[in-house]
Structure formats: structure tokens, C-alpha cells
Design a protein around this ligand. Structure first.
Ligand code: SAM
Length: 261
């Protein structure tokens, strides 16, 4: 790695063929600034080991955005490409939470692609959230806020419980644990996206029985590979179908120690 940050790939064709979307010039500039700020932040905080431009683009930016693509058929459009991101069917000004956001993934790329969504970045590490406050200010993202707390506490907080249209959870814990963090925070009808790598039928069975306790159901499982290194990915889409019983999420640490399923 040289000291000067390199340019992220523009990847116009890849965006187009994989998501039928391309970032605008200003979104591309925001993604580049995000990359530079993360590299700078990495000197003090352990944010990511992925620092090369192609890998950063694929594993942090593309991967973050692939998770919010709708699996439902797209509306017919006249133009072959769209400036509008082909997102999950939630309202234009949706309330979104990224649980265990770490260095801001997937929440910050999502906020750049969907500037009208109101995005809350949640992590228990206060230092990372203080850093993300500076990133949000530098990127000019007024619709993004940070909260330093545990998902187990936030899920029992009256201002946050049943408040969100969409919850995103990447690389935080086993899938049933992520479901216990996410479902209490969702409004009825809201979605959670669990970003996973490998996935098996037995994972589906365990998760199905976990979400049944939480008022949720598996709505869809998307299997795909990443566009540069062909890494295996699965996005598991949960929908909140009933109120989550008040005992969930359980006390701090219990979901991870005794996962539902
Ligand atoms: N989501 C980011 C990504 O994909 O790059 C960060 C993943 S990092 C491996 C996991 C993050 O989840 C850490 O920053 C950790 O502090 C946070 N985390 C783990 N358990 C949590 C909990 N119960 N509540 C809030 N944050 C949590």
C-alpha cells in the first residue's frame, strides 16, 4: 500500500450488469472519500483488513449495496440503466438501522445510494461511532446518525423498538443471534437483511425455528457470487409478521450464548 490512497474502480459496467444501477458522479465521489477516510481511520482504529481498492470496492461497497436489492421483479423502464437504486419495497423515507456497523458497513454505502432513507448506525464500540460521526459530517450525509449501544438494549428501548422499516446485519454473529437483534427493532411488515457467506439447508431450518419465536418469517434467500473474486454470498431476508414477544431480545450476551433455534 502506498501512502497516497488509490482510486476505487468506477466499475460502471459491473454496477450496470449486476444491479442495473450506476452511482452518480457525486455518489462516486462520496464512495471515494469514504474509502480514504476508512484508510486514514484504520491507523488508529481496527476498522478493516480490506484496504486494496478493488477488494474494498467489492467486499465493502458492492457487497453492502447488493444486500438491499429487491428480489421482486423490477418495474419496466424505458432506459436500460437507472439512477434510482432498485431497492427492497420500503417507503422512500424509510427508517433503517445497521446493527453492528463497525466501520460503517453496510450502512454508509446504503445511505449514499439511498440519500432519503434515515439511517441509524449502531455499534457497541463508542470509539468507532465517534469516528463514524466525523465520516458522516465529511460525506455530507445529514440523514445518518450513530448510536453507541448494544443491540440487546436498543431492542428494549421504547424509542427504538418496532421503529424501523429495515434492519441490516453483516458479520456480527450467528444468523439466529442476528435475527434476535433485528426483529424486535422492526415495524410490522418491515424487513431484516442478514448478510451471510456460505449457507446451508440446515442453517435455514435453524433460522426458521428461531424467527418463529420472534414474530418473523424467512421471506427470501438470495444466493449470488461477488463480481470480482466470485466469493459465495447469501442474503437472508426476514419479514416481521407479528409483534415480537416482550422477552426478546434477551439480556446482554444471552442471545449469543444461547442462540434461539
Ligand atoms: N458490519 C460491519 C462489517 O460488516 O464490516 C462490522 C462487522 S464487525 C466484525 C462486528 C461489529 O459488531 C463490531 O464492531 C462489534 O462492536 C459489533 N457488535 C457485536 N455485537 C454487538 C451487539 N450486541 N450490539 C452492538 N454491536 C455489536
Amino acid at each position: 500500500m502506498t501512502d497516497e490512497p488509490q482510486a476505487l474502480p468506477q466499475a460502471i459496467e459491473t454496477w450496470q450488469t449486476t444491479l442495473n444501477w450506476q452511482p452518480t458522479k457525486s455518489q462516486q465521489a462520496q464512495l471515494q472519500t469514504l474509502y480514504e477516510l476508512i484508510l486514514a481511520g484504520n491507523r488508529q482504529l481496527n476498522l478493516t483488513r480490506i484496504t486494496e481498492p478493488d477488494e474494498f470496492w467489492e467486499k465493502h461497497i458492492w457487497d453492502s449495496l447488493r444486500g438491499i436489492v429487491s428480489w421482486q421483479p423490477e418495474k419496466e423502464t424505458d432506459s436500460p440503466s437507472s439512477q434510482e437504486f432498485p431497492s427492497l419495497p420500503i417507503s422512500v423515507s424509510a427508517q433503517v438501522i445497521d446493527i453492528g456497523t463497525g466501520g460503517g458497513f453496510p450502512g454508509i454505502p446504503v445511505a449514499i445510494a439511498q440519500p432519503k432513507w434515515r439511517v441509524t448506525l449502531l455499534d457497541s464500540t463508542r470509539k468507532k461511532m465517534a469516528f463514524l460521526d466525523t465520516v458522516i459530517a465529511a460525506l455530507g450525509l445529514p440523514s445518518v446518525t450513530t448510536v453507541s449501544d448494544r443491540a440487546e438494549s436498543l431492542g428494549q428501548h421504547p424509542q427504538h423498538r418496532a421503529h424501523y422499516d429495515l434492519a441490516l446485519v453483516r458479520a456480527v454473529a450467528e444468523a439466529p443471534v442476528c435475527a434476535e437483534y433485528a426483529l424486535p427493532l422492526l415495524k410490522l411488515g418491515g424487513f431484516a437483511v442478514l448478510y451471510r457467506g456460505q449457507w446451508s439447508e440446515s442453517d435455514t431450518d435453524t433460522l426458521k425455528s428461531a424467527v418463529a419465536h420472534l414474530g418473523g418469517a424467512i421471506a427470501h434467500i438470495a444466493a449470488f457470487t461477488t463480481p470480482l473474486s466470485q466469493g459465495i454470498r447469501h442474503c437472508i431476508y426476514l419479514q416481521k409478521t407479528a409483534r415480537t414477544p416482550s422477552e426478546f431480545p434477551r439480556a446482554i450476551g444471552v442471545p449469543a450464548k444461547q442462540p434461539l433455534g
